[in-house]
Design a binder for this molecule. Sequence first.
Ligand SMILES: [Zn+2]
Ligand SMILES: [Zn+2]
Length: 123
Amino acid sequence: MSIFPCEDHGRRVPGALESLRLTVLDGEDRYSRRMRLCPEHLEERVAILAEAVPSLADGQYEDREVLCPSCQQPLNRAAASCAVFLYVNRRHAETDERYARFCLRCGSTLVHNWALQIQQLKD
Ligand SMILES: [Zn+2]
Ligand SMILES: [Zn+2]
């Protein structure tokens, strides 16, 4: 059995849990959360963001994208957007690193919906 319960369904599962980390960087502010999940709920969580936050391994990300992938509004300037990082750790697999730039509104929605915690930056 896994040592920790899956954070979505609250019970331990046979075998080990997988995990993800979602981070939103909004200027100086960094919001992040790591979740330990059973494989089923990990895939559910990843599926929510998979399209908007493409895997770097797929080479889909273009740094010149001018639309927020979440709401399709134009991103005016880098200053008016935030960086979204999703790291997916599946068993027996390399970390799946995903990245996108969201508009500030979608970024803060993400922080709220996923209950990301603000991180203290070290001095
Ligand atoms: Zn679960
Ligand atoms: Zn947006």
